[in-house]
Each structure stands twice: as structure tokens, then as C-alpha cells.
Design a protein around this ligand. Structure first.
Ligand code: ZN
Length: 266
């Protein structure tokens, strides 16, 4: 389907495996609206620019090699201008708001507890006087995750399009993750070492910061008071700003209570 014939895009959440090709769609001629929650729009503003930057520098690096070897030059999948173009198409929506997106298309985003701003999308499509409902689950969050709320149930639908990443595997039982992390920090600091944690920039990094804040606050590591924590990733640092500025109704009860007491949860 040619990109310029697509009227609208509905985006469940900001993770790059869901949003990352939007600048390519823009590059190919798409000029419709991209509907997403306000927080998803804010996070995509960071992530799509970061992705474009990576695409451009990757192509530049490959072309330096290609030039030396006399090979054909590559073109980046998309550029910063395409990312900015895609970002300009975003239409921020609030959770629970019923929106007439296009003729015959009504949409509602509801919290699916996977990432800050993540949603499942309910669509009511009317064609020839008949209305049918389709629900797109997006990535469905687990219950009792730090920071974010539990997923909301969807009451009914005619069709369900369900995301599945892990196939038939079951999640492990939630263990004492924070306690285990505190043990690792304790052992490593006692030996005079540093702990380096590779992490996804948006979401996972903030869960780690949330756990480390708890470890510090509850004194779960002893003898190393006020140990410094560094987040070494520009998009993760920018996303931290969005986590701190976003509407507090995005947060779960524990996080909202911390914020109320003036404690920065991450
Ligand atoms: Zn995801």
C-alpha cells in the first residue's frame, strides 16, 4: 500500500520496535495524523530523533568504508528531517478520551501498563452504516510493575488483535529483585568495584533508577552512603525528564505517593 494513501496511524507506545519506522513512512509520502497518548508523543520526540541520528551516522561510517573500497554508497533508511516530519504528524490524545479521528473512525486509548504512556487502542469503525469494534492490544504490561499502573481490562470487542512477544513461555515468578540487586551492589562496592548495568534507554533504565532509589532510601547497602549513580545515555536522560514531568495520573499508587511526599521516585 503506497504510504501516501494511508490516512492515519494509531500507535500503542513509544518503544522503537513499534515506532521506529514512522520516519520511513513519512519519507515515503505519508502525511496523515499519528494518534498516540501525550506521553508516547513526548517519548517519540526523543526516540525518533535519536534513531535518525543513529541511521545517519551508521550510513556515514559505512560510506567511508565503501569509498575506500570503491563500493557503492548506501543511503540511510531515513534522516533527521524525516524524523522531524514524522514528529510533526503526531496527534496527542489523553487516556480514556473518545476521539473522532477520521470519518468513520472513533478511537480511545487506555492504559496497558507496559511503559509510561503505553496504551491498548480501541477502534470503532463505521462502514455502510455498520459499526464494528477492533481492539489492538499493543504490548501488554505485567501487574505490579514499578512506576506504572496495572493494565486496564477491555470489556468487549468484535475483533482482538493481540501482540505476542514470548509465544508460549511463561513469566518467571517475581522474585526479590531489589534485594538481589542490593546484594550485588554490596558485594561489588565492598571489593572496591563499580557496577555497570546495560539497559534499554526508555522504561528499563527508569525501573533500575526506581530500584536504586529504593535501595538507597531503605539503606539496603551499608558502608557506602550516598554512592553515585550515573545514567550514561543522552536519550535515557531526556526520557528521565519526561518521566518526571508527565501527568501524575500515569503513575501507580506507590509512585504517586512518593511524588506527593516530594520524593523523586527515580
Ligand atoms: Zn514495548
Amino acid at each position: 500500500m503506497p504510504a501516501n494513501t494511508i490516512e492515519a496511524v494509531f500507535l500503542t507506545h513509544a518503544h522503537i520496535d513499534h515506532s521506529g519506522m514512522l520516519p520511513k513512512l513519512y519519507k515515503d509520502g505519508f502525511r496523515g495524523g499519528i494518534y498516540a497518548t501525550t506521553t508516547t508523543c513526548d517519548l517519540c520526540n526523543i526516540m525518533l530523533r535519536d534513531s535518525a541520528h543513529i541511521q545517519e551516522s551508521e550510513a556515514e561510517w559505512q560510506n567511508r568504508k565503501a569509498q575506500r573500497a570503491g563500493d557503492e554508497l548506501v543511503v540511510s533508511v531515513y534522516t533527521m528531517a524525516d524524523a522531524i516530519g514524522a514528529i510533526s504528524r503526531f496527534r496527542p490524545c489523553e487516556y480514556g478520551q473518545v476521539i473522532q479521528a477520521e470519518e468513520g473512525i472513533i478511537v480511545r486509548f487506555s492504559d496497558i501498563g507496559h511503559l509510561l504512556g503505553s496504551a491498548c487502542i480501541e477502534l470503532w469503525l463505521t462502514e455502510d452504516g455498520v459499526t464494528k469494534k477492533i481492539v489492538f492490544s499493543g504490548d501488554v504490561g505485567n501487574i505490579d510493575q514499578p512506576l506504572i499502573k496495572d493494565p486496564l481490562p477491555v470489556e468487549e470487542t468484535d475483533y482482538l488483535v493481540l501482540e505476542s512477544t514470548y509465544g508460549n513461555r511463561l513469566h518467571e515468578k517475581p522474585g526479590n529483585t531489589v534485594g538481589e540487586l542490593a546484594d550485588v551492589l554490596q558485594r561489588t562496592f565492598d571489593r572496591g568495584g563499580n557496577v555497570v548495568i546495560p539497559s534499554f534507554a526508555v522504561g528499563r533504565t527508569h525501573e533500575m533508577l526506581y530500584a536504586i532509589r529504593q535501595i538507597k532510601q531503605e539503606g539496603m547497602v551499608s558502608g557506602h552512603d550516598g554512592f553515585p549513580v550515573y545514567v550514561d545515555s543522552p536519550p535515557a536522560v531526556e526520557a528521565t525528564g519526561i518521566f518526571l514531568q508527565c501527568d501524575q495520573s500515569c503513575f501507580d499508587e506507590e509512585t504517586a505517593a512518593l511524588v506527593k511526599q516530594g520524593i523523586n521516585p527515580i
